[in-house]
Design a protein around this ligand. Sequence first.
Ligand SMILES: Cc1cc2nc3c(=O)[nH]c(=O)nc-3n(C[C@H](O)[C@H](O)[C@H](O)COP(=O)(O)OP(=O)(O)OC[C@H]3O[C@@H](n4cnc5c(N)ncnc54)[C@H](O)[C@@H]3O)c2cc1C
Length: 494
Amino acid sequence: MCDVLVMGAGPAGLFAASELARRGVPVRIVERELEPHRQVRASSIQARTIEILEAIGIHEAVLERGERMVATVGYDESLNEIYRKPFHYANTSYQHITVLPQWTTEELLVEECARHGVTVERGITATVIEVDITHAVVTLEHGDGTIEHVRPTYLLDATGAHSQGRKAMHESLEGGTYRGTFAVADCVLETTLPRDSLSQITGSGTVFLFIPLPNDRWLVTVELEDGETELLDEHLADLVFERSGRSTRVLETGWRSVFHAHHRMAGHLGDGRHFLLGDAGHLSSPCGGEGLNAALHDSFDIAWKLDLVMRGRAYPSLLDTYMVERSIADEHVVQVSDLAHNASMAVARDPSSAGAPTDEVVVAAAVNARFMLDVDYSPSPLVLADETDALPRAGHRLRDWNLLGTTDHVLLVFGDVHSGQSLDDFAHRWGGLVEVRHEHPIAAEVAGMTGPGLLLVRPDGHVAARRLGTTEADFSALDSHLQQFLIPAPTQTA
Ligand SMILES: Cc1cc2nc3c(=O)[nH]c(=O)nc-3n(C[C@H](O)[C@H](O)[C@H](O)COP(=O)(O)OP(=O)(O)OC[C@H]3O[C@@H](n4cnc5c(N)ncnc54)[C@H](O)[C@@H]3O)c2cc1C
């Protein structure tokens, strides 16, 4: 028996395990591979992820170990700059993409698991997966041939794109595969390309991207010619030299991989007991640089919900909102990455398609989407319909939430409270679940508040509800909303 079994120790599984353990939920994590890999794979960490890591208190290691990209820059084949898309319009204090090899991100998450007493159990493959009314039933095959049957109360399936658990749920990844075959290589270059930008050399008709990695390395992405199935070192060196106007040389090549890009999503991300996290539930083009980030966001979401349910402070129906909300967010990831993929392909063929810098609002919207700051949970039952058009609307992420230093529900109070008794009753009723803050770092204009009022913020920083007053009726509206999914503190009897 174990309360929660996490299958797969990629980014999704590791973050789910560390988050659950940090919150005090007993968790076990198993991984098929005996050793951690040392592959660059997903390198872009988006601003929204840094905010989440900051709320937990672990963002500094990522920022310290990563490179920072502040723009996307396009070049012709003589390395003349032909367009620049800066990221400084992003609605966050982290106006850059942090670049970190996936193995480093995983290493940091393994350390985070260890800090909370969780060790990854390696060399264990989850095989048969079934779910009954009260438990999941999983067969674990150990490397020494031992077979173990476990009955976790909840099963988090983070086994990646080929998830067997997804197949056991009779779910498939619906969508498609992009035209073309792509190759990535981790290289040392001699180049004048800037180390603070994502560079794309355009004009040849095929995608050619350069991302600066830590330790003076680069991740080079090329689109292979029709019929090519691998990227040989000499071919890569020739390509880089010729297509950079003979200005860039490959000095060394390390890890490399050939891949196809997908836009795919499972119809259901769970069934209330067995949940699909990360690539097990959705695949997006690496051109968006959001797949790993979305995997972490899935894990963050299920962790706070499972914690509340397992502590008996939320109804199990709260878990159903994982499927609703993460479907909204993950579909958005697939769409945003689709736009990024098609834009990269278009610019490769016709550099003028990048267009001149356009309206500030349009540029900001594009950057916020790329940085994963624009997820809108307003259709979710966990969000109370907003009374105003002010931004952020209920369902949006609250900027600067990461500065609150909590991953619990918070009630932010703006201005004087009309009904002090109602506030005291509210704080008492939701004690241990909702922190009430009169003093906080969220400016009224950032919260979209123009007078006294209340902003209920969820553990993930999204606005759950806004009230434009502080009367008994306002607290009562929040009470009714919270009672639909949270279980109030038991009333003390004398
Ligand atoms: C070339 C490339 C570039 C990319 N660039 C980016 C980027 O810049 N930014 C970004 O956000 N995303 C990027 N991605 C996507 C990113 O790599 C994935 O979205 C991310 O790895 C998903 O993490 P995951 O934990 O869901 O799955 P995985 O990383 O696939 O981890 C799954 C784990 O489960 C284990 N496992 C599998 N089956 C079993 C089993 N039966 N039992 C036990 N263990 C099992 C596997 O060994 C593995 O360790 C890129 C992808 C590619 C291919």
